[in-house]
Design a protein around this ligand. Structure first.
Ligand SMILES: *Cc1c(COP(=O)(O)O)cnc(C)c1O
Length: 393
């Protein structure tokens, strides 16, 4: 069963079985290859490997068997031809920009993307003469209107953080391709278990493996999934030269994380849906943002585009920041941290943490109110999570 073609297996099976070619030691579990370099049989073989004429390991900045297990599994699960792993989600986003863009190019991005993604586009790509326009993720006309002749790609994160709004990936892919651009989707919130953007027409999927893929908050890592053509032409050369490589140890943790991702995502979604319905009934809560609720503006789109509604819920309290902080401080079990995708439930106040660097005006325009609380629902018993929130409600 070593060199098996895993394409026709289900994601649960791919996540567990693909990528690991058993070595001469007959190990059952995936080995961890902690080696920076590899030995060649001859000078001739070394030369063939370096020129790419012979496949095989060269140096762990760009070839490592443990990293490759992770890459093969995630590529299969995302229905992409290839995956390359990076040292963090931000390094993966950086690689897309460094690979695809040149001075004078342009990006159209959702305004509701990870804060550091905005800083990357504005402060770093901007420094080299790449312009970015930010648009509202649900407004398809705004996306199309922002495209210029020099636009290279559209960048979207769906569902968004912290308001859990949904962008229509298929419609965005059509708009992008009509104008000769690529569509890049940050799939961190859904993972391939809930949403496969490449099947909806996206060209590149980017991940922070730090979140659900690890699932237990241990390692930082990222990945890019795309066609052979995009990887070979734009992403691999940059990884090999730029060197923001995923460590073998982290890949070993993440590849193990993928093995349980299906069951964890189902459990995260079940707990989150139950919590969202319960929050809607609490008198102190004025609004709940969760795409599984019929009250959510893109509920129908979420049903169509995702296989489940995700593990993150946010909600608003009437009395603003004081009430939000009071609720957060009253919890005894939930972790007060901005991280997400962990088996442990986390609670955060976006207006003073993840989105605290924005001016109050920009924050208001983005709909992030002072009374907003975001919860990444973990896998503890749902009644314990509710009871912990009840202390401050
Ligand atoms: C965390 C995160 C990132 C960045 O990933 P790191 O692994 O922290 O570098 C990018 N996008 C989203 C949606 C994230 O949640």
């Amino acid at each position: 069963m070593n060199e098996q073609n895993w394409n026709h297996y289900a994601p649960e099976t791919q996540a567990i079985r693909a990528g690991h070619n058993r070595t001469d030691e007959d190990e059952h579990s995936m080995p961890l290859f902690m080696t920076s370099s590899y030995v060649f049989e001859s000078a001739e073989q070394a030369a063939l490997r370096f020129t790419g004429k012979q496949a095989g390991n060269i140096y762990s900045r760009f070839t490592n068997p443990t990293v490759d297990v992770f890459q093969q599994r995630l590529a299969l699960m995302e229905k992409g031809e290839r995956c390359l792993a990076f040292s963090s989600g931000m390094a993966a986003i950086m690689a897309i920009g460094m690979g695809l863009l040149k001075a004078g190019d342009h990006i159209v991005s959702s305004r509701s993307v990870f804060g550091n993604t905005i800083l990357m586009f504005e402060n770093y790509f901007g420094k080299f003469g790449v312009g970015t326009d930010f648009v509202t993720l649900t407004d398809l006309n705004a996306w199309e209107a922002a495209i210029k002749p020099n636009t290279r790609f559209l960048f979207v994160e769906t569902p968004s953080n912290p308001l859990i709004e949904i962008a229509d990936i298929q419609a965005l892919a059509e708009i992008a391709h009509r104008h000769g651009c690529l569509l890049v989707v940050d799939n961190v919130f859904c993972t391939p278990i809930l949403q496969q953007p490449l099947l909806l027409g996206a060209d590149i999927v980017v991940h922070s493996a730090t979140k659900y893929i690890d699932g237990q908050g241990r390692c930082v890592g990222g990945a890019v999934v795309a066609s052979n053509e995009i990887i070979d032409k734009y992403i691999y050369p940059y990884l090999r030269t730029g060197g923001a490589t995923m460590s073998a140890f982290n890949a070993w943790v993440f590849a193990g994380g993928l093995e349980t991702l299906v069951v964890r995502m189902k459990a995260h979604c079940d707990n989150a849906f139950e919590l969202a319905k319960w929050l809607e009934q609490q008198s102190a809560v004025t609004k709940v943002h969760y795409p599984g609720l019929v009250s959510h503006a893109q509920h129908e789109l979420a049903k169509r585009q995702q296989s489940h509604f995700g593990g993150v819920v946010s909600f608003e309290l009437a009395d603003g920041k004081d009430q939000a902080w009071q609720l957060i401080n009253a919890t005894q079990m939930l972790s007060i941290t901005a991280n997400l995708g962990d088996v442990k439930t986390t609670i955060t106040h976006p207006a003073s943490t993840t989105h605290g660097r924005l001016t109050p005006e920009v924050r208001a325009a983005a709909g992030i109110k002072d009374g907003l609380v975001r919860i990444s629902v973990g896998l503890e018993n749902i009644d314990d999570i509710k009871n912990d929130l009840l202390r401050g409600l």
